[in-house]
Design a protein around this ligand. Structure first.
Ligand code: C5P
Length: 229
């Protein structure tokens, strides 16, 4: 199922827990997101191991630093063989990431505005406008900087598709099947709706990882989006 658009978020603390999940998912998943918790716990060796086992890896590090540091860190990620990497969507940071990738196949994905931010948070950071305005500005900047795509919420994916163009890779977390627990997610869409609105990949965490039968849950989701091997 290598071409499946579902990326499973390995939001666990240890390699053992991650391995149990991967084993439970079996052939129903092959694309995994390694975020800050797991990365800071187990490091890049685990990413290299996943790659050597023919999985795809989205390294969700949301990089943000001075250009030279970002450039050199991205070169390290290229060496590890990760497939996707997230970067905060400020222009100089994105341009440094593109330079660090140096033509390698790693896909760089820009974070526009964290979905946990509202306009009060923007005021505190000194931005006068709306979240939607800042998302729009950052999508334009990101595509001009030469990254491959955008991480965006399902409620903004249709608009981001219009702004970013047909070639952009759009990756959407905050996805839940109808009836599934939403947890702390406030703005959710179903997997089918997110894809209909223009998402290329769905990041799915707790609905799959906390299911009694992760593989069964995954197969239901793949059925829901009518994915066939
Ligand atoms: O909510 P769920 O468990 O499906 O989240 C899966 C992943 O998506 C988590 O790793 C979380 O960090 C990420 N996420 C995100 N933006 C959101 C919601 C979740 O990046 N708005």
């Amino acid at each position: 199922m290598n071409a499946s658009p579902v990326i499973v978020a390995l939001d666990v603390a240890t390699e053992i827990e991650a391995r149990l999940l991967i084993a439970a998912l079996g052939d129903s998943a092959s694309f995994y997101k390694v975020g800050l918790e797991l990365y800071t716990g187990v490091g890049m060796d685990f990413v290299r191991d996943l790659k050597s086992e023919d999985h795809r890896v989205f390294l969700d590090l949301k990089l943000y630093d001075i250009g030279e540091t970002v450039k050199r860190a991205v070169a390290q990620v290229v060496r590890a063989g990760a497939d996707f990497l997230s970067i905060h969507g400020s222009r100089a940071v994105l341009e440094a990431a593109v330079a660090g990738r140096d033509g390698a196949p790693l896909q760089l994905l820009a974070i526009t505005v964290l979905t946990s931010f509202d306009e009060n948070d923007l005021r505190q950071m000194g931005y006068p406008g709306t979240v939607a305005d800042l998302v729009e500005l950052r999508v334009r900047n990101a595509m001009e900087a030469g990254v491959n795509g955008i991480v965006c919420s399902p409620v903004e994916v249709a608009r981001v598709r219009t702004l970013a163009g047909p070639a952009a890779t759009l990756v959407t977390p905050g996805v839940r099947s109808a009836g599934a627990a939403t947890g702390d997610q406030k703005r959710v869409a179903t997997p089918a709706q997110a894809i209909a609105d223009g998402a290329d990949y769905l990041v799915m965490g707790r609905q799959v990882t906390r299911a009694a039968d992760p593989r069964g849950e995954m197969l239901r989701i793949l059925e829901e989006i009518q994915f066939r091997k």
